[in-house]
Design a protein around this ligand. Structure first.
Ligand SMILES: *[C@@H]1O[C@H](CO)[C@@H](O)[C@H](O)[C@H]1NC(C)=O
Ligand SMILES: *[C@@H]1O[C@H](CO)[C@@H](O)[C@H](O)[C@H]1NC(C)=O
Ligand SMILES: *[C@@H]1O[C@H](CO)[C@@H](O)[C@H](O)[C@H]1NC(C)=O
Length: 364
């Protein structure tokens, strides 16, 4: 029997019907709200024009705070004047230098007034100022999202002991608890599904953490750990098909359940927290009246990825591959409180830590 060939075996009318069906399928697939989107995986071009030579070369107060693409330890240590880590008009962009961290994806040239024009590729706000919860709901609110904060205005209480508070928070924000069958079988229109698990605090000094995953159109799970690039696979490349599987969630050992969420109506507000100093650095430009612009780039450039991949890669808590020597992520040189940014939520406050310690000793 000859193999089935749609073009040869169909009469025009049948062909039209097939086409209509195909179009319908494409249309439906295209419109499905659960299509994986990586709108969070974004880099930007930050440009500053006509900077006086004095400001460009010596920075503010001679502190080089102005042009400081400092997101790499190596570039900081190698150059007294950080802009020297950028490519000048007589330099060739060199991937090896970018890969080694000796150069960063930033560029400068002198203009006809003898002033400097400068631009750099760096993470956009949507990459820096979002965490797993914002990502799983698919909403940007300017800083990290916490279960319950959007609906009650109350910060999520740390340390994380179990699923209870996080589940209650998500439900208050508008999430609807659903079962596993629903997640894999019931299609949605304006809503989609997400999963929640927690990593209970290991001891009184530990805040614990929560983590969310989003179900994409292909029925696999994707996630974003704090201010890192989103992923839709384990590090070994395997797609995440069953988030309840024994080894699917790394340190997030307690599985809490599934939610149906509707981004338009889900109540999220930012907790004003994020780790990166980038937004503050670009604010400096405005403060010293430098003309600047920011533009979202269509694609992450190979140069940015080479320079910052280690920095914006997650810690690996999520698929169990994390241990210090293997951590994909470098500690951020200027992070607040000296924290490497491995949290989905803000680090625990001093009082919360003291309370947790008191509680822990009372329990002994
Ligand atoms: C750049 O700055 C110079 C002064 O240093 C000024 O004369 C010139 O008009 C500026 N150019 C633009 C395009 O703003
Ligand atoms: C986000 O970007 C990184 C780097 O290009 C890539 O490895 C990752 O797959 C992207 N996330 C998704 C889910 O496409
Ligand atoms: C990839 O890693 C995941 C999580 O650790 C594991 O479940 C899966 O079996 C691994 N796949 C392969 C092909 O090794």
């Amino acid at each position: 029997m000859p193999s089935f060939n749609i073009l040869r075996s169909c009469k025009p009318a049948q062909l039209a019907a097939w086409c209509a069906l195909l179009l319908l399928f494409v249309q439906v697939t295209h419109q499905a709200p659960t299509v994986y989107n990586n709108k969070f995986n974004k880099t930007c071009r930050y440009a500053a024009y006509n900077i006086s030579a004095e400001l460009f070369i010596n920075g503010i107060d001679g502190g080089y705070a102005f042009i400081a693409p400092l997101e790499s330890n190596i570039a900081v240590n190698d150059y007294l004047q950080p802009w020297k880590a950028c490519f000048g008009p007589n330099e060739q962009v060199d991937m090896k230098l970018l890969q080694s961290g000796k150069k960063l994806p930033c560029f400068y040239k002198q203009n006809k007034w003898g002033n400097y024009d400068y631009w750099e590729e760096n993470a956009c706000d949507i990459l820096i100022r979002t965490n797993c919860y914002c990502y799983a709901v698919s909403k940007y609110v300017g800083s990290y999202c916490e279960p319950g904060l959007g609906s009650t205005g109350k910060p999520f209480v740390l340390p994380v002991k179990d699923c209870k508070a996080a589940v209650e928070g998500v439900v208050a924000d508008g999430g609807k608890l659903v079962d596993r069958w629903t997640v894999y079988n019931k299609p949605t229109t304006d809503s989609h599904y997400m999963a929640l698990a927690v990593k209970p605090a290991a001891d009184a000094g530990d805040s614990g953490d929560f983590h969310f995953w989003k179900l994409d159109a292909d029925k696999t799970w994707s996630y974003k750990a704090g201010d890192t690039l989103s992923r839709n696979s384990y590090r070994n490349g395997t797609l995440i098909r069953d988030i309840e599987a024994a080894d699917a969630r790394g340190a997030y050992t307690s599985f809490c359940g599934y939610f149906e969420v509707t981004p338009d109506s889900h109540k999220l507000v930012g907790n004003s927290y994020y780790f990166s100093n980038l937004p503050a650095r670009f604010k400096l430009w405005r403060d010293v009246a430098v003309k600047g612009s920011v533009q979202t780039l269509d694609k992450i450039s190979p140069g940015w990825l080479a320079a910052y991949k280690g920095y914006y890669a997650d810690a690996g808590w999520e698929d169990g591959l994390y241990h210090r020597s293997q951590a994909a992520r470098m500690a951020m040189p200027t992070s607040r409180n000296g924290h490497p940014h491995t949290y989905s939520v803000r680090p625990m406050s001093v009082e919360a830590k003291a309370n947790a310690a008191a509680g822990a000793s009372n329990n002994v």
